[in-house]
Design a protein around this ligand. Structure first.
Ligand code: HEM
Length: 428
């Protein structure tokens, strides 16, 4: 049996209570693809909230599964490093100081500010933050609305379509193209590069050579745009911002490409999967869908609830820089620690009725889907804005966006999402 088949096989064991605790490996991506992961997290939160896995799909690592323990790790960036030199933020990344890369990803020397510690992280983050300043969001809102309306108006009624491709990917790619001031007709290149980053041979690309080649094309394309904009009049797009700031104007190749990819993936995969996840959640909870249709005023609270429910970034990893205690467990210097946001977002000790999707819950922004601490998502308000607008436009047009077949989930323990979601639109 190949390794791939055996982890797939392990993922299909549904009776989680029968698995010995020390054999539980929540980094197995098939648990996310077949959507059985919830039972595993439930058991860990109950029996072993800070859990050690000695020999998992992603090597040896600790899992932190409860809300407050995740906040504890995420806010202590001095003890728990994000720096790629110490292991970085992807659980299946190369581990501490150049250890084995579990996914087999070729080393392109990528470096990005999400995988840096202060002071460099803070300096680079500051460069792009103005893109999501309230005034900028205000000017983006009518553009996003016009696009959302255009996308929805072009959809056929009463006929099966793929919601992921026709709506979620389309809207988020358009927004991203605007943030970069990217050539409009070529915007689907952004979607492709975003997908390639999280691909591996047989899962999105044919080989690591292809992976490397496509990302090099991405770097070259952005280098072309960069060269056109550098030294020009300072414009309000991400490339001009990076090119115009001393903290980012002279980045080496790996850092240049790394930060571009961070902004592409950060703004794309996450929001797109929240848009699709919201459609599924409302279909699975018809009483909530009815509440929405009776009271569109619920949309502002529904949006963060959708993001909590979907938790499109499942996990971020850290490396302990010194011995530390979390939830009564001793974590040793050098060990890898996974913060499972999806699990923290189902912790009923902190979130009331956490296992239920409720579009009118009190305090819906109290969730972990955007992380916590100095790396908390830069784009959180922009993500919410896109969801808010698309739902306002959806309910103006359709009585129901009906999911008519099994959605296909992404094979990943990092991004929780969908590659396909068949729907039929029912007009008002
Ligand atoms: C629903 C949508 C989104 C979710 C759930 C999400 C989630 C996250 C999470 C979990 C982190 C890491 C937090 C941590 O380590 O504490 C993060 C960081 C980041 N996100 Fe998002 N994100 C979303 C949308 C966006 C958008 C629209 C953008 C860009 C415009 C964006 C850009 C970034 C960037 C640049 C970082 C790195 C921040 C840093 O290291 O300081 N995200 N996001």
């Amino acid at each position: 049996m190949s390794v791939k088949e055996s982890i797939k096989d392990r993922a299909s064991k549904i009776d989680v209570s029968q698995i010995p605790l020390d054999e539980i490996d929540v980094s197995n991506p098939y648990l996310f693809q077949n959507d059985t992961i919830g039972e595993y997290f439930k058991r860990l939160r109950k029996e072993d909230p800070v859990h050690y896995c000695a020999n998992g799909h992603s090597g040896a690592y600790w899992s932190v599964t409860k809300f407050n323990d995740i906040v504890r790790v995420d806010t202590d960036h001095k003890t728990f490093s994000s720096d790629s030199a110490n292991g970085g933020i992807a659980l299946d990344g190369p581990g501490r100081r150049g250890g084995e890369n579990r996914r087999g990803v070729p080393d392109m020397g990528l470096s990005m500010f999400i995988a840096m510690d202060p002071p460099k992280h803070d300096e680079q983050r500051k460069v792009v933050t103005p893109i999501v300043a309230p005034a900028n969001l205000e000017s983006l809102a009518p553009i996003i609305r016009e696009r959302a309306a255009g996308i929805l108006d072009a959809l056929p009624i009463g006929q099966e379509i793929d919601w992921v491709d026709r709506v979620s990917v389309e809207l988020t790619t358009m927004t991203l193209a605007t943030l970069f001031d990217f050539p409009w007709e070529e915007r689907r290149k952004l979607t492709r590069w975003s997908d390639v980053v999280t691909s591996s041979p047989g899962n999105g690309v044919d080989s690591w050579e292809q992976w490397q080649q496509e990302l090099t094309e991405c770097a070259m394309y952005f280098k072309g745009l960069w060269d056109q904009r550098v030294g020009g009049e300072q414009k309000n797009d991400l490339i001009s911002m990076l090119a115009g700031s001393p903290a980012t104007s002279n980045m080496p190749f790996g850092e240049f490409l790394g930060n571009i990819l961070l902004l592409i993936v950060g703004g794309n995969d996450t929001t797109r999967n929240s848009i699709s996840g919201g459609v599924l959640a409302l279909n699975e909870n018809p009483a909530e869908y009815a509440k929405l249709m009776n009271n569109p005023g619920l949309i502002p609270g529904m949006v963060p609830e959708i993001i909590r429910w979907q938790s499109p970034v499942v996990c971020m990893a850290r490396t302990a820089m010194q011995d530390a205690e979390v939830g009564g467990k001793k974590i040793r210097e050098g060990e890898r620690v996974a913060m499972w946001y999806l699990s923290g977002n189902r912790d009923s000790e902190v979130i009331e009725r956490a296992d239920e999707f409720l579009i009118d819950r009190k305090n819906p922004r109290h969730h972990l889907a955007f992380g916590f601490g100095i790396h908390r998502c830069v784009g959180n308000r922009l993500a919410e804005l896109q969801l808010q607008i698309i739902w306002e436009e959806i309910i103006k047009r359709y009585r129901k966006v009906e999911v008519v077949g099994q959605p296909v989930r992404t094979l990943s323990a990092l991004i929780r999402g969908f590659t396909k979601m068949p729907v039929i639109l029912h007009p008002l």
